[in-house]
Design a protein around this ligand. Sequence first.
Ligand code: PEP
Ligand code: MN
Length: 263
Amino acid sequence: LVSRDFHPEDTVIRVGGATVGGSDLWVVAGPCSVEGRELLLESARLVRDGGAHALRAGAFKPRSSPYSFQGLGEEGLKYLAEARALTGLPVVTEVMDTRDVELVAEYADVLQIGTRNMQNFSLLKEVGRTNKPVLLKRGMSATIEEWLMAAEYVMSEGNHQVILCERGVRTFETATRNTLDLSAVVVAKSLTHLPVVVDPSHGVGKRAFVGALARAAVAAGADGILVEVHQRPDEAKSDAAQTIGPTAFHQMMHEIAAIAQVL
Ligand code: PEP
Ligand code: MN
């Protein structure tokens, strides 16, 4: 189902008023986590005014430490729905557990599967039984083939709306959080008709480098960008180091639009 051999034309997925995988670049932006009502509504206005097509923020957070902020859960989903009502932006949010799929699908427009769950096959099958587009992050140690087979798990249950997201892989390098694999964009797009977007934030892990990698991703042919943005990035409750502020976000939006225009 994922293969371009059996489906030569690019798949175009509708998310709210925008499309992913067509000729337009899709940008999903917002904080790493839903931190609170006012903060989220403020972030939603900020990314909408900057030209984003969707709002992202996690209500269920897959933190490395069980003592770190775990997200607001259903309360966070309610704030996301409120942010959508306020701005008109569809919302993308992570689901970590098969038991939460129904709940998250009630609130979200796109279900995000995180890097740590890319091979959680029960979860993949469960989101495959919903009618919501799925944003499938590449596992941090997954080959491109494993990533595509994870998409196949979702599609084999009947849901063909899968957006692939490259978010960096583990390498020997320690200067960056991960190594953003832009070759995966061109390789995946040659093998599959599904849209491929890039997350430079988790890919590099450092705010100063996010803009450059977003530009490179668009130049390489990515269908969109997922980026962590916060009105006061230093105060972000998770992933502060890689979160960009309003000025950098506006600059990134202008730059990637200029690149997309010459392609
Ligand atoms: C996120 O998008 O905030 C996230 C947790 O991403 P990943 O699964 O790529 O680490
Ligand atoms: Mn994050």
